[in-house]
Design a protein around this ligand. Structure first.
Ligand SMILES: [Zn+2]
Length: 285
């Protein structure tokens, strides 16, 4: 009997890439906070015989190429999470393009194969997002969260909950770009991971995964390496960032990977919608 599929994706960034850190009064002199979390994640994936996708900040490939190479060498997908992890909607057109181009080039160079997937920092999209991605050679996006509107956060814009063609979420998007939305809890419509796994606990996440699987939706989860390590206290970083980081999240990741799912890359889920022979969505063609 085949298991339902799921994706545990990693937004590979450091604590110092967080908008909540960049906007804080204080600073840390600890370098690369979160790098140890990458090792913990790779070990957990290996123990579960699972693969995942690491949406990686391009400048990390400049500073720590060996780690990015290791991620790819262990059978995981390396995709782009921009070059410097700034919010796309706050950049002008050329800057936005540069974030997408540089990260793709640099990451591809380090791993020795093409990077085709993208996730936006904080799921924040710039104008013409999907068209720009396709023009620059990306093949799928995973920056949609079909959650309720959360004031001061995001949400309320999209309702697609399963992998689809991008033109099903935005009519202006090209038909050959795939969109792989991030998982939200049915009815409650809050994300299964991110801050919510740490607020509500890993049982909440696992319940959501099972409910989605019952509806035939592959759950797409995301975690950050910095969530798996003990964080430095920095003045002005909101308390929510610290909730249950470290040991709790290291255990939570292993609990998730113990569930009866086949953990695949986000690329594999994207391929199921735009591969040759797959049915076009919503009769747009
Ligand atoms: Zn991020």
């Amino acid at each position: 009997m085949s298991q339902p599929r799921a994706a545990l994706s990693v937004d590979f960034e450091f604590f110092t890439h967080l908008p909540a850190y960049r906007g804080a009064r204080g600073v840390t002199d600890r370098p690369a906070v979160g790098l140890g979390g990458v090792t913990a994640l790779l070990d957990a994936f290996a123990d579960a015989d699972a693969s995942g996708t690491f949406f990686t900040v391009g400048e990390i490939a400049d500073e720590h190429p060996a780690v990015v190479e290791r991620v790819a060498a262990e059978g995981h997908e390396v995709a782009s999470h921009t070059h410097t992890h700034r919010h796309l909607s706050e950049l002008d057109g050329p800057e936005r393009r540069d974030e997408l181009v540089r990260s793709k080039e640099r990451l591809s160079e380090v791993i020795g194969s093409p990077v085709t997937g993208f996730r936006a920092p904080s799921f924040d999209l710039g104008p013409g997002h999907f068209r720009t991605l396709a023009d620059l050679g990306y093949e799928y996006d995973s920056s949609i969260v079909p959650c309720r509107s959360i004031p001061g956060w995001y949400g309320g814009e999209f309702d697609a909950e399963r992998p689809t063609r991008a033109n099903a979420v935005d009519p202006a998007a090209p038909a050959d770009l795939a969109e792989v939305p991030v998982a939200v809890m049915p009815r409650l419509r809050l994300p299964l991971t991110g801050t919510w796994i740490r607020f509500f606990g890993v049982e909440y996440t696992i319940l959501g995964m099972r409910l989605l699987a019952r509806r035939g939706v592959p759950p797409v989860l995301y975690v950050h390496p910095w969530e798996l390590v003990d964080l430095p206290a920095v003045e002005g970083v909101p308390k929510r960032v610290y909730v249950r980081t470290g040991a709790y999240m290291r255990r939570a990741v292993r609990r998730i990977l113990d569930e009866s799912f086949e953990f695949v890359t986000v690329r594999e889920l994207a391929d199921s919608v735009v591969s040759p022979g797959s049915a076009p969505s919503e009769g747009r063609e």
